[in-house]
Design a protein around this ligand. Sequence first.
Ligand code: FNR
Length: 209
Amino acid sequence: MIASAAAADQAKRVLAIAGSLRRGSYNRLLLEAAVDCAPPGTVIRIYEEMASIPLLNQDLELATGGKGPESVRRFRGQVARADGLLIATPEYNQSIPGVLKNAIDWLSRPGPEEVLIGKPVAVVGASSGRWGTRLAQAALRQVLFATESLVMPNPALFVREAEGLFDEAGQLVDQPTRNGLETFLMAFATWIDVVAADRDTIVGRGSKG
Ligand code: FNR
């Protein structure tokens, strides 16, 4: 019992964020599969309060001392405490959904202690279409470049034609996709270690850090 508590203390903590509010979201289901497939020594927890994040309005920021309302502060705290972020983005009109962009915009402020600077991030995405969120993932990488997050360069995981990959209970039953997810998550665990080993040097080079 004590040994397992100590192991949990040392585990890498990954916060998983789905860019969809939809009940039955494939991106959400992909993250649930990621929770199951997490490599040893990594604990993945899904962020559950995306619907509580208001639209960013700088007047609201100002009225809350620059830090945003309570839901935003809680979100920022969870991100700050995580060793890495796993973001699953849908593709809306060849880009990321407004819900996800809005959340990242809140996380990108206030300076100078933005929680996304130097944060290891992994990007995945699922869509019902044939291209598996390629364009959305590229757009998300561009946004995360602005926030100076350290996005894992490879491997990539584009989950396409998602409706055929999950069963009625929402389980990821497509074995090649599951294998790809496991490989992806192992690579992310390594990426978190790589960043942790030299984070100060990398962040020090940024324009915000
Ligand atoms: C979409 N969808 C979509 N799919 C795609 O492959 N390329 C696209 O450009 C778009 N554009 C788009 C716009 C809008 C407004 C909606 C609502 C949907 C389909 C979308 O990828 C699909 O509905 C996914 O299932 C959404 O992700 P979740 O909610 O299942 O996680």
